[in-house]
Design a protein around this ligand. Structure first.
Ligand SMILES: [Zn+2]
Length: 415
C-alpha cells in the first residue's frame, strides 16, 4: 500500500549533511556560501545528477541550466508532477533554504524506487537555477523565465560583481541544455521549504500548508518642508519635514494594523537632512513596504497611504512626494495541490496550520503555469539567510513524508 510508504529520515539527513561540504563556510557550524554556478554549485549539481542517475532517473536541463531529474510513470503522455526548489544559497546562508526541497525530492524518488512503486505520472525533481538572486539579480530568475515573467536574453545577460554574465557562467559550468525554457509542461509543482519565519516554531506546529504568497508594494517618499533655526523659529511658523515624516510613520503603522493577520506595513529607511542638532530638518526621505494577501487589501492600504499624505500636506504645509518603485502581486496556490498536502498531513497525524509565505519562492512563478502548492517546516528561531539557520532531522523527515504522500495523492486523483 502506497499510503504506508515513508521516506528514510536518516538517508535524507545524510544527504543534507553530505552535500553541505559543497560551500561550507569554515569556522561556522552550518554556514553555506554556494553562489549560483560557482565551483561549489557545480559540485553539488554534479552530486545531484549522479544520485538521480543511480536510481535510474534521466536528468536533462534547459537553456538556463535548470535541472529536471525524471522518473518515468506508467501512463505515457501524462505530464510530470514536479518537486522543485533550489540548491544555490546566499553568501552567508544555511544548509536548508531551498536545499531541503530538492533533496527531499530526491528522497521521495529513492523511496519510490526502493518500494518499486510506479506512479501514473512521471515524477521530476527540479533544481531551479539562481533562485537566491545573490550572484545574479533578479532572484527566482529561471522559474521566472519558465513562467514568462522575464526573457531568456535578459536573464542570461545578468552580471555578477566581477562582470561575468549568467550566460557565461552557465557555459563554463556545462549545465546549459538544449530545451527551450518553459517548453516543459508540468502537471503540478510541489515545493517543500523551511518557513524562514517564527510562526510554526512559536505555535509548536510541525507543518505549514502554504496557501499563497502575499503581495508586496514598495514606495519611496520624500517629505519637504523648510530648514530653520531651532532657537528663533516659533513652532507655529515651522514647516518641519521631520514632523511631517514622523506623523506619516504613525499613519503607516496604523495602515499595517488595519487588517489584523493580513496587512503589514514597514518603514525600513528614514533619513533627515541636513542632520544638525539645532536645525529643523527641511527634507526627510523614507521607504514604505506594504504587504497583504489580496489585491483589494493592497489597494485599500495604498489608498489609505495616499489619504494620509494628502491630509499631512494640508495640515502641515509640507510637500510629500510618493513614488511607487516595485510591486509583486499576491499568489494564491492551487486548491487541488493544497488539498493533497492537507490530506497527507492529516493522514500522517502531523500538527499543522494554513499560512501564507512572506518570502518569494520559485513556486510564485510556477503557479502561473502549473497547479502549485508549498509545504513549510519550522526552522530554529525563524532564522534564515543566516549561517545559524537550522532545523532538526525530524522536521526534515516530516516535511518529506508530507511531500511523498501529497505527490502520491495527486498522482492518483488527477490527470
Ligand atoms: Zn529558498
Amino acid at each position: 500500500m502506497t499510503a504506508d510508504l515513508r521516506v528514510s529520515g536518516e538517508r535524507l539527513w545524510a544527504s543534507l549533511c553530505d552535500t553541505a561540504r559543497f560551500g561550507a563556510i569554515p569556522g561556522t557550524a552550518r554556514g553555506m556560501c554556494r553562489l549560483t554556478l560557482s565551483d561549489e554549485d557545480i559540485a553539488v549539481r554534479t552530486w545531484f545528477v549522479a544520485a538521480c542517475q543511480d536510481i535510474g532517473m534521466t536528468v536533462t536541463s534547459d537553456r538556463i541550466g535548470t535541472l529536471f531529474a525524471r522518473r518515468e510513470g506508467s501512463e505515457p503522455g501524462l505530464p510530470p508532477i514536479a518537486i522543485g526548489s533550489h540548491l544555490d544559497t546566499q553568501p552567508t546562508g544555511g544548509r536548508f533554504d531551498g536545499i531541503l526541497g530538492v533533496l527531499a525530492g530526491l528522497e521521495v524518488a529513492r523511496t519510490l524506487h526502493d518500494a518499486g512503486v510506479v506512479t501514473r505520472h512521471p515524477i521530476e525533481v527540479i533544481d531551479w537555477t539562481n533562485e537566491e538572486g545573490a550572484r545574479f539579480a533578479p532572484a527566482m530568475v529561471a522559474s521566472g523565465v519558465f513562467a514568462g515573467e522575464f526573457s531568456l536574453d535578459y536573464a542570461l545577460a545578468a552580471k555578477d560583481r566581477d562582470g561575468v554574465t549568467l550566460g557565461e557562467a552557465l557555459a563554463r559550468s556545462g549545465f546549459a541544455g538544449e530545451q527551450d525554457v518553459g517548453a516543459h509542461p508540468l502537471a503540478a509543482h510541489f515545493e517543500l521549504h523551511i518557513e524562514q519565519g517564527p510562526v510554526l516554531e512559536n505555535e509548536r506546529l510541525e507543518i505549514g500548508v502554504v496557501s499563497g504568497v502575499q503581495g508586496i508594494r514598495w514606495y519611496d517618499v520624500v517629505v519637504k518642508g523648510q530648514t530653520c533655526h531651532a532657537g528663533t523659529t516659533p513652532m507655529a511658523l515651522r514647516r518641519d519635514a521631520l514632523h511631517g515624516a514622523a506623523r506619516l510613520a504613525i499613519m503607516v503603522d496604523d495602515i499595517g494594523r488595519s487588517d489584523p493577520g493580513a496587512s503589514l506595513s514597514t518603514i525600513g529607511l528614514f533619513q533627515a537632512w541636513p542632520g544638525s542638532r539645532n536645525t529643523a530638518p527641511g527634507e526627510v526621505r523614507l521607504t514604505v513596504d506594504l504587504r497583504h494577501p489580496a489585491v483589494v487589501g493592497l489597494d485599500r492600504m495604498e489608498a489609505a497611504l495616499r489619504d494620509s499624505v494628502a491630509a499631512l500636506e494640508a495640515d502641515l504645509g509640507v510637500t510629500i512626494a510618493l513614488s511607487p518603485v516595485w510591486s509583486s502581486p499576491p499568489v494564491v496556490f492551487d486548491p487541488g495541490v493544497l488539498g493533497a498536502i492537507t490530506a497527507a498531513t492529516q493522514r500522517l497525524g502531523y500538527s499543522h496550520r494554513t499560512m501564507l509565505s512572506g518570502a518569494g519562492h520559485d513556486s510564485v512563478y510556477t503557479a502561473r503555469v502549473a497547479p502549485t502548492g508549498m509545504i513549510f517546516v519550522p526552522c530554529e528561531g525563524g532564522l534564515s539567510h543566516n549561517v545559524a539557520e537550522n532545523i532538526t532531522p525530524a522536521e526534515a523527515e516530516h516535511g518529506a513524508n508530507v511531500l511523498l504522500q501529497a505527490v502520491l495523492d495527486y498522482d492518483r486523483s488527477n490527470s
